[in-house]
Design a protein around this ligand. Structure first.
Ligand code: FAD
Length: 432
């Protein structure tokens, strides 16, 4: 006889663990399957973890969780081959409770989060792949794991399997196969550096952290971003680009990372560091239009598996945690009625629509297609802005008015005033 639980969760990332923790706290019998050696061992994130959504799941988590540094400064660098146009915001309010965001290493953080779920009563089974779903009368009634006699029956299965969402496809919630326009591929390296060096190089006080997002030459002009985040005694350095762009340009993500690391603006930040880990992962970036069906009879999908990533704002962990929480609440309401049919799980979509999760994805719903069709934002404009700054800041006895004219001439020979006005208007419509 197959084991029976009220809820099976597939995947112990933030989405699955938020759901498991919430359910276990409410007294639901919940089992979590994780294919990795332990939660976090297979997970990749830049990674900035946001305080507010995390606290909704584990109040006061920042007193106990293994966090790296509170993020007090966020910088944006527009790179060209030899220059960087920079913008940043630093705020000491972010350095003290209740904080805004933290850098984390997922191998440590997910393990800690899983411990909270287990302490609340969830059963966590590591090193176990869920291979298939069990069906009866067109409803999901459990999962088939890779272990011998490993069928587990459940009232509801939560699919929290991340970007490579094979079971979500098997559940019929998502089309089969990989859509290269909806997935980014990212590579990340963890580079060890003494903590004082990190603080000196990034102009930080003891224990504080900063993030740098890099565009333009950082991705060789492709749709995507690169990042450098400060951990306690290491840096997380990575780059992610749309899979379709990478295929079109016949480039390899590892070469992109090496290209980034050797950039003259980046190289000095990493100098003397020792490479500790190298990871690669997919990021679902299809946006609102690509969000699959989120529920069926006896099944719900959360986090990356549900395409819940806001690539424009580098947010994913918070959407994962919140979707896990809302899925759990939907299940608790269905449990009160004793009915886990599709109709009773449908309020999950509604709850996501009413939260920041789908509101934000909806706001940027045209962005993935727009930036793919308008590469000038990642290729032409960074170069033009950089050359304009170079011209204006070069002191060479040329009067400033003449410099302004030169800048305007260079800009308008590359792109007409009409095209620029149209680009700005379209950008505003997509992002505003
Ligand atoms: P995951 O964290 O991917 O967890 C899924 C889990 O399911 C994994 O542990 C996996 O091993 C397990 N699993 C999969 N299939 C099975 C199976 N069949 N059986 C058993 N277990 C299975 N977000 C941010 O908020 N801030 C950032 O700075 C940020 N930076 C990022 C940088 C990179 C390079 C990448 C790749 C992503 C980044 N994200 C960031 C996004 C963020 O990492 C994800 O949105 C978040 O991890 C999604 O959580 P999840 O629980 O849905 O999926």
């Amino acid at each position: 006889m197959a084991e029976r639980f009220e809820v099976v969760v597939v995947g112990a990332g933030p989405a699955g663990l938020a759901a498991a923790l919430t359910l276990a706290r409410a007294g639901v019998e919940v089992i979590v399957f994780e294919r990795g050696e332990h939660p976090g061992s297979k997970n990749v994130m830049g990674g900035v973890l946001y305080r507010h959504p995390t606290e909704t799941v584990v109040p006061g988590f920042y007193h106990q969780a293994p966090l790296e540094r509170p993020v007090v400064e966020q910088r944006l660098w527009l790179l060209t081959e030899e220059a960087a146009l920079t913008l940043g915001y630093k705020d000491m309010v972010f350095a003290r409770e209740p904080f805004n965001a933290f850098t984390v290493l997922r191998a440590r953080f997910d393990r800690w989060l899983a411990d909270q779920a287990v302490a609340a009563g969830a059963l966590l089974i590591n090193e176990t792949v869920v291979e298939d779903l069990l069906w009866e009368n067109e409803r999901v009634v459990g999962v088939r794991t890779g272990r011998e006699g490993g069928d587990v029956r459940a009232e509801v299965v939560i699919l929290a399997e991340g970007a490579n969402s094979l079971l979500t496809q098997k559940a019929g919630l998502k089309p089969d196969g990989i859509n290269t326009n909806q997935l980014a591929v990212a590579v990340k390296e963890i580079i060890a550096l003494p903590r004082e060096k990190i603080e000196d190089r990034f102009n930080l006080e003891e224990g504080q952290g900063c993030t740098i997002e890099l565009l333009g030459e950082a991705t060789k002009g492709m749709l995507g971003t690169a990042f450098i985040y400060t951990n306690k005694d290491s840096l997380s350095v990575g780059v992610g680009v749309l899979l379709a762009s990478l295929v079109r340009r016949r480039l390899n993500p590892n070469d992109l990372l090496e290209h980034l690391k050797s950039h003259p603006m980046v190289r000095p930040l990493l100098a003397g560091g020792e490479s500790k880990e190298y990871q690669g992962h997919l990021i679902p970036e299809g946006g609102y239009q690509a969000v699959p069906k989120l529920y069926g009879n006896g099944v719900l999908v959360v986090g990356d598996a549900a395409m819940l990533v806001n690539g424009i704002h580098r947010e994913g962990s918070n959407l994962a945690l919140t979707s896990g929480l809302l899925a759990a609440r939907t299940i608790l309401a269905a449990r009160d009625k004793g009915d886990y049919s599709e109709a009773n799980l449908a309020p999950y979509r509604q709850a996501l629509e009413e939260s920041f999760v789908l509101k934000d994805l909806k706001k940027y719903q045209r962005a993935p297609f727009f930036f793919d069709q308008n590469p000038q934002f990642f290729t032409l404009y960074p170069g033009l802005l950089s050359r304009a700054a170079r011209e204006f800041l070069t002191v060479d006895n040329v009067p400033k008015r003449e410099k302004q004219k030169r800048i305007l001439r260079e800009i308008t020979t590359s792109r007409s005033r009409f095209q620029i006005a149209r680009d700005l208007y379209n950008l505003w419509r997509v992002m505003g």
